[in-house]
Design a protein around this ligand. Structure first.
Ligand SMILES: [Ca+2]
Ligand SMILES: [Ca+2]
Length: 197
């Protein structure tokens, strides 16, 4: 599909036409929408639309998404890669309803969580690894762009606290809200299937 994009951009540059090009990548990077506008011409196309990823081992909640909690604790990067193996990503919370769903999922799984720093938390797809205090999703977008940001205000004195100067990955906690945790510590983690365009 990138060939199509490169070809479209090449044509535009070759014709020395002043144009605006917009690209939209879906979360799974499998679908690309291209919008090209030039003078009076406006061209829109969608390349290689993909069917949504479906997995029987994920819990599908209409209007919210498809999620799975893994109880074999991993550090954030290993959890990230484990989700990718499912064609999924570490979960991103977009609404209060999704937060409540994930909290419930965590509570139900707590007793099954093994080898974790604690059983109160599960890793999510957000971090401030690029710039301290600047939290972004696993896709690099500002956390605020998710539409729902709820830090646990009363957990260990209020979160995020960057405790020890080294908490750069995000987890949901069983009382609701998010906590920043050490990326090297192991926790349960929640994967989410990408939403198709
Ligand atoms: Ca931090
Ligand atoms: Ca923290």
């Amino acid at each position: 599909m990138w060939l199509y994009i490169v070809a479209a951009l090449t044509i535009l540059y070759a014709n020395q036409v002043e144009a605006q090009t917009k690209l939209r990548l879906c979360s799974n990077n499998q679908t690309v929408s291209v919008e090209i506008s030039s003078g009076g011409m406006n061209c829109q196309c969608q390349i290689a639309p993909q069917d949504p990823v479906v997995r029987d081992d994920y819990i599908h909640t209409p209007g919210i998404g498809s999620h799975k909690i893994y109880t074999d604790a991993k550090n954030w990067n290993d959890a990230r890669k484990a989700c990718n193996k499912d064609d999924a990503h570490l979960a991103i919370i977009n609404s209060k309803a999704e937060e409540l769903l994930l909290v419930d999922m965590l509570k139900r799984a707590e007793k099954s969580i093994k080898n974790a720093l604690n059983q109160e938390e599960a890793l999510l797809g957000a971090h401030d690894l690029y710039q301290e205090g600047e939290f972004v999703t696993i896709f690099g977008e500002p956390l605020a762009s998710t539409g729902h940001v709820h830090w646990a205000a009363s957990y260990w004195g209020g979160q995020p606290d960057n405790y020890g100067g080294n908490q750069n990955c995000v987890a949901i906690i069983n009382q609701g809200g998010m906590d920043d945790v050490n990326c090297r510590d192991k926790f349960a983690y929640i994967c989410e299937l990408p939403i198709p365009c």
